[in-house]
Design a binder for this molecule. Structure first.
Ligand SMILES: [Zn+2]
Length: 177
């Protein structure tokens, strides 16, 4: 690294601290020749990996997008954002450990469903219906029957039967009597 003012390469770090912006470390450096000070940022380079869609398109893995999908599937269920964040972190960690650069989106969907199934059956069915692109209620029914037969039923009273209708729950505030 060279001084941006005089080009000299004998520099001294005078201050070092974590940046408030992201994962960067901020350093104040001083040129030992001209005495000018300047700031550098150092950050860990994350190894990128990609999600390949069914139609062959490739996009960056986006934890935030995954989180948004989970939030949607668990809407009005009693699941904290921290739990969802933990699922996203867990999946990202597992994908990074795998060392692969391209991961099919369907595989990520299955990883999400594995975790949702243990957490909340309603959220699981909602997510599965979108991810597996259920074409009709028969498929939803079969999936539900599978979940029910694999574990003791609970919490089914809130299931609306149509997980694709996004605006199913627009309860007016203060409408409760
Ligand atoms: Zn200098």
């Amino acid at each position: 690294m060279r001084c941006p003012y005089c080009g000299h390469h004998d520099l001294k770090v005078v201050d070092s601290r974590d940046s408030e912006v992201g994962e960067a470390i901020r350093r104040r450096r001083e040129c030992l020749q001209c005495g000018q000070r300047f700031t550098t940022y150092e950050r860990i380079e994350a190894v990128p990996f990609y999600v390949t869609k069914k139609d062959g398109r490739r996009e960056d893995f986006d934890p935030q997008k995954l989180f948004t999908g989970l939030k949607k599937a668990t809407e009005k269920r009693d699941i904290s954002p921290e739990r969802l964040r933990a699922i996203v972190d867990d999946i990202e960690a597992e994908l990074r450990r795998s060392g692969r650069v391209e991961i099919p989106s369907g595989e990520i969907g299955e990883m999400v469903m594995d975790r949702l199934r243990d957490l909340d059956e309603v959220a699981y069915i909602r997510f599965a219906s979108v991810y597996r692109e259920f074409m009709d209620l028969q498929q939803v029914k079969r999936e539900i029957e599978q979940v029910l037969s694999s574990r003791r039923p609970r919490c089914w009273e809130n299931f609306s039967g149509n997980p694709n209708s996004g605006k199913e729950s627009s309860a007016a505030p203060g409408a409760a009597r």
